[in-house]
Design a protein around this ligand. Structure first.
Ligand code: F6P
Length: 547
């Protein structure tokens, strides 16, 4: 048990509470009094320009938040993570996704073993395989070239590659088809394969544990679909199935040749794993060179997080801002709003990263926390969201801090006419940040001649905080930079809240109960101890199913 004072009993916490109690400033006043904050509250990392000027903060707020970070030893935990210490205490594991993008000559030890050579050996094996598939050297059972790649995985074994494939679509082998199957609803696999030729299809079964029921069920069905095309010739499996896993035993049991397994390790959390072997589908799609550019992007932000001073450390600042709103303004959620069609799955990916990491209610010592932890993360690409839920952000009753993410350039392959739309897209991003921060006063509304009874409805109070992240364009490196930025932001918040951001026991109960309930649905088996509500639902389901 730790001797350190509990978070809310720290003097730094009390100072922030006092500061919050005295907080009355509107963003309009803050910019009137200090226009220089527009340039001062900007941090640059790699290709990212992160503007945090439209936040409910002053220099004093930042100083107090930094004191909290110092008191909670965020950088001490950061250094322990980079050193390979077992900071995932409940699972007694190191947390070393940063080793996945370490240079070949780096030395990072876990239990006395340098893990970097293993990382590069797998990357080299992935490179070789991806090149062979892309070039047509690796063929299917009948000798046909592989044209379709179907990744079967869920959670971290799906969201990362699926998100990055969308984000980097412009860099992908357009002549190939890539699909991602995650849902145990048979419709997912059905829709993914219904128009594919099994002889041209490669399945990548991605599962850290290789015990996840959704993935194993879908992989088993995929194998049946494949074998049905090859008169049950089991030899076909070796040419059409590869595995990404930490569990060689289970992979072999499933029938996949261990030579066709791409390994990773228990010190890579599922939601931190798409730059490991889990990224194989992505590597086939964008090619090994682009994949390595993406890893370089991750590394830029890793180095920044490790070395930049606290006051210019982007993940630290973003993490602290989230603490400021979540713990002192009672903000319950955080919106991530990318102004890029290519980032359509970005927020869904961040939901697992953030909510599975920091959705915790006991601290590292097992005590119930008496402070808010991770926010609800949500959002979809602008401008679609503007015509759906932005109304609530602008004029609803909740404080919703938001990240607006945009790029200076559209991807190169767009036609000139479509490229010209980019300024309009970005005008929307800037306009939203402006409207959210500064709103529209009653006086401004009246000056437009609006009838008096409509004035309250057409007034925007503003004062909604946003971070604006601008980057050059959605390249592999920039994607890596963005993901590492959020990974480390989540880390910072978990460190301050004194929770284990790297376990996920909360998803276990549902899994266990689903296994217990399933026989009741399939065969009407009696489930001892089933609660009356679930028992009634099961009975209703069976009646409807058999009707
Ligand atoms: O949802 C729980 C979880 O363990 C995630 O953390 C993980 O990403 C996902 O399931 C998939 O797990 P696996 O890769 O072992 O199949």
């Amino acid at each position: 048990m730790s001797d350190s004072p509990r978070l809310t009993r720290r003097p730094e916490w009390a100072e922030l509470e006092d500061h919050r109690a005295q907080w009355h400033a509107h963003l309009r006043d803050l910019f009137d009094q200090d226009p220089g904050r527009a340039e001062r509250y900007v941090v640059r990392v790699g290709d990212l320009r992160i503007d945090y000027s439209k936040h409910l903060i002053t220099d004093e707020t930042l100083a107090l938040l930094q004191e909290l970070a110092t008191a909670t030893d965020v950088f001490g935990l950061r250094d322990a993570m980079f050193r390979g210490e077992k900071i995932n205490t409940t699972e007694r594991r190191a947390v070393l996704h940063t080793a996945l993008r370490a240079p070949r000559d780096a030395v990072i030890e876990v239990d006395g073993e340098n893990v970097v050579p293993k990382v590069h050996a797998v990357l080299d094996k992935m490179t070789d395989f991806a090149d062979r598939v892309r070039s047509g050297e690796w063929t299917g059972h009948t000798g046909k070239r592989i044209k379709n790649v179907v990744n079967i995985g869920i959670g971290g074994s799906d969201l990362g590659p699926a998100m990055a494939y969308e984000a980097l679509r412009a860099y992908t082998a357009r002549e190939m088809t890539f699909r991602f199957v995650s849902n145990v609803d048979g419709a997912d696999l059905h829709e993914a394969v219904r128009d594919l030729d099994p002889a041209e299809t490669l399945f990548i079964v991605a599962s850290k544990t290789f015990t996840t029921i959704e993935t194993i069920t879908n992989a088993t069905s995929a194998r049946s679909w494949l074998l049905a095309a090859f008169e049950d010739d089991e030899k076909a499996v070796a040419k059409h199935f590869v595995a990404l896993s930490t569990n060689a035993g289970k992979v072999t049991e499933f029938g996949i040749d261990p030579d066709n397994m791409f390994e990773f390790w228990d010190w890579v959390g599922g939601r931190y794993s798409y730059d490991s072997a889990i990224g194989l589908s992505l590597m086939i799609a964008i090619g090994p060179e682009r994949f390595r550019e993406m890893l370089d992007g991750f590394r830029i932000v890793d180095e920044h997080f490790r070395n930049a001073p606290a006051e210019a450390n982007a993940p630290l600042l973003l993490g602290l801002l989230g603490v400021w709103y979540g713990n002192f303004f009672d903000a319950q959620s955080h919106a991530v709003l990318p102004y890029s069609h290519y980032l359509s799955k970005f927020t869904a990916y961040l939901q697992q990263l953030d909510m599975e990491s920091n959705g915790k209610s006991v601290d590292r010592d097992g005590h119930p926390v008496q402070w808010q932890t991770g926010p609800v993360v949500w959002g979809t690409p602008g401008t679609n969201g503007q015509h759906a839920y932005y109304q609530l952000i602008h004029q609803g009753t909740k404080l919703i801090p938001a990240d607006l993410i945009g790029f200076a350039n559209p991807v190169a392959e767009l036609s000139d006419e479509l490229k010209a739309q980019h300024d309009l897209l970005m005008a929307n991003l800037f306009a939203q940040g402006q409207a959210l921060a500064f709103g529209k006063t009653e006086e401004e509304v009246r000056a437009e001649g609006v009838p008096e009874e409509q004035v309250p409805h057409r007034t925007f109070k503003g004062n909604h905080p946003t971070t604006t992240i601008l980057a050059t364009e959605p390249t592999p490196s920039v994607l890596g930079q963005l993901i590492a930025l959020y990974e480390h932001k989540v880390f910072v918040q978990g460190a301050i809240w004194n929770i284990d951001s790297f376990d996920q026991w909360g998803v276990e109960l549902g899994k266990v109960l689903a296994k217990r309930v399933e026989p009741a649905l399939t065969r009407g088996a009696d489930v001892p101890g089933l609660d009356p509500s679930t028992a009634a639902l099961v009975a209703a389901y069976r009646t409807l199913k058999n009707a």
